[in-house]
Design a protein around this ligand. Structure first.
Ligand code: MSP
Length: 509
């Protein structure tokens, strides 16, 4: 048994969760469920990023008191995960006292080691966006979203000596080629590391922003939100001497989107080196979800699918299945209601749902609602059994690399083979011939055991529906893993079965 630590990004709680958040959380949850099913000990973390300018501004706009605002929004995230069957072991909030203590202690440690120093920072500052901007961001001398051009501003900031660790990070990336997956993101970072990465401003003057963790030795400054946020990966484990920290760090896999790749490599790896802890084990980097118009899903474009509305309309499991199957992790991909309906109607209703419905219906019709015991296996069954025997290991191997779409596709191929098996063996014809009774028993048992295996292998993606299918097969609803052929369903009475995936067709999609 191994210990595995899986994290999502901690989300900014300036608004309610959107589908991009759900995409990351569902992938992390699916991975956690596969590892748990396979017998590993898993700690799955998600949480809320609650400090910084973005949050302070959103709270101000809402007219709510800051702590009240973040409490309310953090709960929206917790509720959403509950609705989407995302089941973390812990939900960290950066306003938690334990987290703030860890951040303060690490700041003090790095300051004492002279890895943090005070210096004047001079740059172009956007009053509209309340942040320093780079030349590259400017169009005709100003940010496109601003009315006025930025002004030159000079302020005292604490800096972290990130550049000092550039070589350490490079070496680590070269000696750990699997650290960042997919590989194209690793190449992007290696490219960046060819040039100086500079030092990182890790404080903001309190006069400008007070919503943050105070710099422990200087009350005129608060901590920059990213320095604070990245430490939320270790604070909930009880860093530095907690039991969970000892067991689960550095066996960490961070699931993130490509827009936060730099912070998770340049910032986080240099911070780990300075603190003197092992870097995480793996970074799984996703692409972006696009709306039906092919543009990045965003609220302002209005091209998004709301995760909770989609779960309500199609079911949580259908949404989870579509997200992991449709958009291969690491690539960009379109999600719309039409895409969800296609996956529901084709993969889930036509392939899996139909297999379950007709197999169970035949057992009800020909065997009075019971799973018969099998007799001699012929070549058709032996081929299916051979495939079923190798599937769990293959699925796990793919999940280990966060290739969940491919893992699920392997299981769905098995489901389609079971459908072909029904067509080949024609149980309805066997049922008419009394001398074929044993043969029919074997075919029906094969279908029941095949369905049980598919349900076990898909349960991490669709926990609700696959538990329902297992109950319909007369077994315990809980997941079981790698139970060899013949040891799953027990010949005997089936329970009442109802359609798993009713089709849905909307107008005008
Ligand atoms: N708070 C930081 C993360 C700190 S982790 C120590 C943050 N939060 S976020 O709420 O803005 O975004 C969280 C994640 O959602 C990111 O990984 C981002 O890539 C992801 N997504 C936001 N929009 C997305 C899409 N349209 N598609 C897929 N994921 C996207 O960044």
């Amino acid at each position: 048994m191994s210990c595995r630590y899986i994290t999502t990004p901690i989300y900014y709680v300036n608004d309610r969760p959107h589908l991009g958040h759900a995409y990351a959380s569902i992938h992390a949850d699916v991975m956690a469920r596969y590892f748990r099913a396979a017998g590993d000990e898993v700690f799955f973390l998600t949480g809320a990023d609650e400090h910084g300018e973005k949050i302070a501004k959103a709270a101000q706009a809402s007219g709510e008191e800051l702590q009240h605002f973040v409490d309310r929004n953090a709960h929206l995230f917790q509720d959403a995960w509950l609705r989407l069957d995302v089941t973390p072991n812990h939900f960290v909030r950066t306003t938690d006292a334990a987290h703030q203590q860890v951040v303060s202690a690490i700041l003090a440690q790095l300051y004492a080691a002279d890895d943090i120093y005070l210096a004047d920072y001079e740059g172009l500052y956007s009053i509209g966006q309340e942040r320093f901007v780079t030349d590259k961001e400017l169009v005709d001398g100003k940010l496109p979203e601003d009315r006025d051009p930025p002004v030159v501003r000079r302020e005292a900031n604490y800096f972290f000596r990130m550049e000092k660790y550039r070589e350490t990070i490079r070496t680590h990336l070269y000696t750990h080629p699997d650290l960042i997956q997919p590989a194209r993101y690793r190449n992007e970072i290696l490219q960046l590391l060819e040039e100086p990465i500079g030092n990182l401003s890790i404080s903001r003057p309190r006069s400008r922003l007070s919503w943050g963790i105070p710099i422990p030795w200087d009350e005129a400054h608060v901590t920059y939100v990213w320095f604070d946020a990245l430490l939320s990966y270790i604070s909930p484990l009880g860093y530095p001497d907690g039991e969970a920290y000892r067991r689960f760090w550095p066996a960490a896999r961070h699931v993130i989107g490509k827009d936060i790749l730099r912070t998770h490599t340049l910032f986080w790896l240099s911070m780990a080196a300075a603190i003197g802890i092992q870097p995480y084990q793996r970074l799984h980097v996703s692409g972006h979800l696009l709306g039906a118009d092919g543009r990045k899903m965003s609220k302002s474009l209005g091209n998004g699918v709301d995760p909770l509305e989609a779960a309500e309309r199609y079911g949580t499991d259908v949404l989870r299945y579509t997200l992991v199957r449709e958009v291969s992790f690491g690539l960009d991909g379109i999600i719309s209601n039409a895409v969800i309906e296609q996956r529901l109607n084709r993969d889930l209703a036509d392939d899996l749902g139909n297999l379950a419905a007709r197999s169970l219906a035949m057992m009800h019709k020909y065997r009075a609602g019971a799973i018969p015991a099998p007799h001699d296996y012929q070549a058709a069954e032996q081929a299916l059994i051979a495939l079923a025997d190798t599937l769990p290991a293959r699925v796990l191997e793919l999940v280990d690399e966060m290739k969940v779409a491919q893992a699920v596709e392997r299981v769905m191929e098995f489901v389609r083979q079971l459908n072909q098996y029904v067509a080949q063996t024609e149980p309805w014809a066997l049922a008419k011939l009394p001398q074929q009774a044993h043969r029919l028993d074997t075919v029906l048992y094969t279908l029941a055991e095949g369905l049980r295996i598919a349900a076990d292998l898909l349960a991490p993606v669709m926990p609700g529906k696959m538990a329902q299918l297992k109950r319909q097969l007369g077994g315990a609803a809980g997941p079981s893993w790698n139970v060899a052929w013949g040891h799953g369903v027990v010949p005997g009475q089936l329970t009442h079965s109802e359609l798993l995936f009713p089709k849905q067709v909307s107008e005008g999609l």
